[in-house]
Design a protein around this ligand. Sequence first.
Ligand code: FE
Ligand code: FE
Ligand code: MG
Length: 163
Amino acid sequence: MGTKGREIVGLDVERLIELLNKAYADEWLAYYQYWIGAKVVKGRMKGQVVAELEEHAADELRHAGMVLDRIMQLEGTPLLKPEDWYKVSNCGYDVPEDPHVESILKQNIKGEQCAIDVYNKLLEATKDKDPLTYHMALEILKDEVEHEDDLQALLEDLHERGR
Ligand code: FE
Ligand code: FE
Ligand code: MG
């Protein structure tokens, strides 16, 4: 990033890079959570659930790229080792030991609710201080809200049909 581009950021840039790296770790773990979930999931409405999980996996990977681009622009270093993802992540990783549709959906809903908090906090931290990170966080938050909604709708559908 150019000197001026970094200068206009009205908050501690190193601290901001730290927050971004934490979100970066979340995105990779969310990506894998969805990706592996789509492979192992079993049960009713499987086809529909797999399609949604795969779509969300692609979104999380795209988010990781968006966050990385901003880290690089700010002249930060993105996390280089996957082992660091676990260490710094806000939302962690839920091992999908129970492959049943309901349990996979619940794990991912929990992940989305955490992601919504993360980006909402990033919006608060950057409001009126760093319009570019703010804009990025808003774009991602829109997706995370949609993800939660999609998964909850699937879970409701599953319960309806189970009756
Ligand atoms: Fe995401
Ligand atoms: Fe998401
Ligand atoms: Mg969706």
